[in-house]
Design a protein around this ligand. Sequence first.
Ligand code: SF4
Length: 320
Amino acid sequence: MKITVGIPRALLYYHYYPAWEAFFRSLGAEVVLSDETTKAILDAGVHLAVDETCLPVKLYLGHLVNLRDKGVDYIFAPRVVSVEERKYLCPKFLGLPEIARFCVPDLPELLTVEINVHQQYRRTISGLYQLAARFDRRPWKARLALRAAERAQECYEKRLKEGLTPYDVLSGKGLVKKHGSMKVAVLGHAYNVNDPFISLGIIEKLRAMGVEIVTSEMLRSEEINTGADKLEKGIFWTFGHLLMGAGLHFLQQQEIVGLILVAAFGCGPDSLTCELVERFYKRRRSIPVLLVTLDEHTGEAGLVTRLEAFVDMLRWRKAV
Ligand code: SF4
C-alpha cells in the first residue's frame, strides 16, 4: 500500500499545490487533499485557534483536522520563510508547523521542510533531498521529483497568466477564460479570494453579474515589480508586495473600472496594504474601491447586496 501524504486545501495550497503534488507523486506517495471548505471544517479550526489568529490560519487548522480524520500517514506542513530574494512571508507561515502541532491534537507526523530561498538556498535544497529520502533513498529520485515539481509549477503559473484564477485551475472547473462587459480587479490573498466558502464565492458572483475579473496571479512578475517600484520604499512582505504591485499596475490600466479589496479579519499586513492601495486609488485616479473584510461571521446576503450595488454603480458610471 502506498504511503499517504495529506495536503491541507488552505493557505499556500493556492500557490504551490501543483509542485507539491508532483513532488510526492513522483516519489511514489499518494497525495490526499483535505475536502473543500465547509462550515464544519471552518468551525473545527475556529474552535482550536486562539481568538487573535487570522481567519486563513483558523481555516488551515480546520483542514488539518479534516486530514487527520481521513487517517493519512503524514501531513505536509512546510515552514515557508522566503520564496524570493529579500522578501519574506508573514510570521504566521514561519511558525505554521508549531501552530499546527500545538493547536491540533493527535495529528499524524508532520513533514516539515524549511523553504528559505533568500538566506538559506543550499539548505533548502538539501532539506528537500532529505525529505525525498524519507520515501526513496536514491538521490536521482529526489532530482526527478524536484524537476517534476518545477515543471508542474511552471505549467500551473502559465495557466494563471492566461487569465484563470487558482480556483479555476486547481478545481478543474473553469479552464476557459471568462470574459465580461467590464473589467474589475479583485485583490486579496489567493487563499481568501479562491476559497469559495470563505469568500462566499465572490469571483463566481461577479462573473454571474457579467463582470470580467482580473487578479494579481494573472500578472507577470515584471508587471508586479514595475507597479511596486512606484512606492518610495519597497514592501518586504511577499504578499504585501504582490498586492501593492498588482494594485498599482491595475491603476494604470484604463480598462479597469473598479477595484475590490478582499481582506481577512485579523490580518495585520492586510490592514496596512489595503489602506495604502485605497489611498493611491483615491489620489491618482477616481476608480471606485470596495473593501470586503472576511471573517467567520460574514453573511452571504450582505455581500450580495454590496456587490450588486457596486456593480450597478460601475455600470452607471460607464454609461454617463
Ligand atoms: S498574511 Fe495575513 S491573512 Fe495571511 S497568514 Fe499572515 S496574518 Fe494571516
